[in-house]
Design a protein around this ligand. Structure first.
Ligand SMILES: Nc1ncnc2c1ncn2[C@@H]1O[C@H](COP(=O)(O)OP(=O)(O)O)[C@@H](O)[C@H]1O
Ligand SMILES: [Mg+2]
Length: 247
């Protein structure tokens, strides 16, 4: 039998977890406090026929969670996406949420949210989103938590080279149209974006205070805090543009 450790291929590109490796058609990640919930969630998604997530295949003999490897490309950084790509991501998260509705895992909440649905946790095949990975932050919640974050990191940017804000806002609409977000929830989507930007700044400020196991340099942490704040200011400053595109 092949010694699996000898065949481990590092999977860099993640933003948080050290030592994610691929072995044949599996991915191994160090187990964490989130592991039992993630295993239950991936089991539920499989049972309910959602194919856009890895399968949880148990634990190996060195204490790592085993997941199926989803072939394709995971973008290493945020960039501009086409409306078709954004719509595919919106439809995919809708299917994922729907597969969790009314489940024990969602509890009193509407759905189970992934909570970190950037392109960096999305597998693309032939240029299109087909699966989400990295479910460590999943938790019961409102669809707006995922959509607020996705609207931000897929469609919105404060960078000088980003498309005009009207174009960004139109793409946010593409996302929520593909999701099928209802009218009342559209009205509070900009607040959900702002909340996720603030939450991101708080998260990285906590890492700055106590880096723990997070494998990110102090400079990168400081840059992520500053970036989240710039994006928040950009969203506040253009609130009306985003709101009118959504109405
Ligand atoms: N199930 C999977 N299928 C394919 N690639 C994966 C899978 N899980 C992780 N990867 C790859 O490993 C990288 C890091 O994994 P990830 O779970 O996102 O860790 P992190 O917590 O560091 O973001 C991802 O960017 C992706 O390229
Ligand atoms: Mg990741």
């Amino acid at each position: 039998m092949v010694d699996a450790l000898d065949d481990a291929v590092p999977l860099p590109g993640g933003r948080i977890t050290k030592k994610v490796v691929r072995i044949a058609d599996t991915v191994r990640r160090p187990a964490s406090a989130a592991s039992p919930f993630v295993a239950d969630l991936l089991g539920l998604l499989e049972k309910r026929g959602f194919t856009g997530a890895p399968r949880c295949l148990g634990r190996d003999d060195v204490g790592r969670d085993i997941f199926s490897y989803v072939p394709g490309w995971v973008p290493p950084r945020f960039q501009q996406w086409t409306d078709t790509q954004v719509a595919a991501a919106g439809a995919l998260v809708r299917d994922m949420h729907d597969a969790t509705r009314g489940s024990l895992l969602a509890g009193r909440h509407q759905v189970v949210c992934h909570n970190d649905l950037g392109p960096n946790n999305t597998v693309f095949q032939d240029g299109h989103p087909v699966a989400f990975i990295d479910f460590d932050t999943a938790a019961p919640g409102s669809p707006l938590e995922d959509l607020g974050y996705m609207a931000w990191v897929w469609c919105v940017s404060s960078k000088a080279e980003a498309p005009p804000v009207e174009v960004q806002a139109a793409q946010v609409r593409v996302l929520v149209d593909a999701y099928g977000l209802g009218g009342p929830e559209r009205e509070v989507l900009v607040d959900a974006m702002l909340e996720r930007q603030s939450r991101n700044a708080r998260f990285w400020a906590e890492v700055q205070a106590d880096p723990g196991d997070v494998e990110v340099s102090r400079e990168q942490v400081a840059e992520r805090i500053a970036w989240s704040r710039r994006e928040h200011a950009h969203t506040v400053g253009n609130r009306r543009v985003f709101e009118s595109a959504l109405s």
